[in-house]
Write a protein that binds this ligand. Sequence first.
Ligand SMILES: CC(C)(COP(=O)(O)OP(=O)(O)OC[C@H]1O[C@@H](n2cnc3c(N)ncnc32)[C@H](O)[C@@H]1OP(=O)(O)O)[C@@H](O)C(=O)NCCC(=O)NCCS
Length: 152
Amino acid sequence: MHQVKASDTKLIERLATWYFEEWGIQKERTIARLANIPNHDVLVQLVLKVGNRIVATGGLHHNTGLTLIFPKYKALSPWIAQLYTDKPYRGKGYGSLLLKMLEEFALKSGISQVYLFTSTAEKIYKKRGYKQIERVKYRNAENVVMEKNLSK
Ligand SMILES: CC(C)(COP(=O)(O)OP(=O)(O)OC[C@H]1O[C@@H](n2cnc3c(N)ncnc32)[C@H](O)[C@@H]1OP(=O)(O)O)[C@@H](O)C(=O)NCCC(=O)NCCS
């Protein structure tokens, strides 16, 4: 497990490409957010490596697309955000491992409550103890906003 830092220029570009391809997030935006961690948006960004291959990533973020659009969610933080496994490596447990690592990082940092939203992976999170707060339409899709108390 690797914690992204400012000097990881090539790695950050790779993550920006993944996020652009998956969600259409402009690469410059990802690069700006990850180039200087921790910052007001990003508490930590983790990368899972298998051998020398980067297979998955995800972060604990204070601000997400959802918090920018819906001010009421600004009160909630941090968010398990932008969990992504590279396509050839999906279904091998890497996404779940990364999620667990992010939860452990949060706990070690004294954070016992985390949040997320998803339109695609509700089942994965439900199975891992996340509970629905509410459903919200965001970027033309039905999303569920979820929370988990890590200390239970
Ligand atoms: C969601 C995502 C991160 C899961 O990563 P992953 O490395 O495949 O996850 P895992 O191998 O740990 O599998 C997690 C669960 O998803 C299931 N799964 C993984 N790939 C699957 C596939 N192609 N088809 C169906 N189920 C799949 C696994 O069986 C597992 O099920 P379980 O909860 O019953 O154990 C990955 O599919 C991804 O990057 N998707 C695109 C981005 C995305 O939607 N991110 C989530 C945003 S909130």
